[in-house]
Ligand binder design. Structure first.
Ligand code: HEM
Length: 146
């Protein structure tokens, strides 16, 4: 019965990818608009929060699927890198959520605002790397399909 739902992970990975990337785009728009657009910032931060939860769910389902993957060196190395980038995603976006809570005037200070945006762009880059590694696992190494 449970077999018909496997692999589980590909059913969940699109949510964090989309939520985090759109969340970063919304915050970027909020910061770049003249006078700071609070509503874009608010919506973007909520999307990032939901994407962060989605990353945890993707990680859990990934661990379930990983246990069924072929145990070759290439698969093991790529999965380890995929897990490392997943943990980095949780840290980078976790701090991105915490930072404005800790420092309420973050948007008002020019240099900090740009530092925050750069931090989010680093997170977006990690999302792309994570997706690419996942695609490499499936479409090059055949995990979950062979
Ligand atoms: C502990 C963390 C993770 C593990 C162990 C893991 C493991 C895997 C495995 C084994 C696959 C191959 C397909 C399968 O058998 O399901 C895969 C694919 C993939 N993973 Fe992960 N993953 C993790 C976290 C993540 C996260 C956080 C994301 C996205 C934010 C992600 C995105 C993807 C994508 C896009 C694919 C390709 C799916 C497809 O094209 O069918 N993974 N992952």
């Amino acid at each position: 019965m449970i077999e018909s739902f496997l692999p589980l992970h590909p059913r969940f990975v699109h949510f964090p990818i989309a939520l985090l990337l759109v969340g970063v785009a919304f915050v970027a728009i909020g910061l770049l608009r003249p006078g700071i657009a609070e509503r874009w910032l608010w919506a973007g931060r909520w999307l990032i929060f939901l994407g962060w939860i989605g990353t945890i769910v993707a990680g859990i389902t990934g661990l379930v699927d990983q246990s069924r993957a072929a145990d070759t060196l290439a698969v093991r190395d790529t999965v380890n890198l995929h897990i490392t980038v997943g943990i980095a995603l949780l840290i980078v976006f976790g701090l991105a959520l915490y930072w404005p809570l800790k420092q309420r005037d973050l948007w008002r200070t020019g240099s900090q605002r740009w530092a925050y945006l750069a931090w989010l762009l680093l997170g977006a880059l990690l999302v792309l790397v994570e997706g690419w590694l996942g695609g490499h696992l499936v479409y090059t190494l055949g995990v979950g399909v062979r």
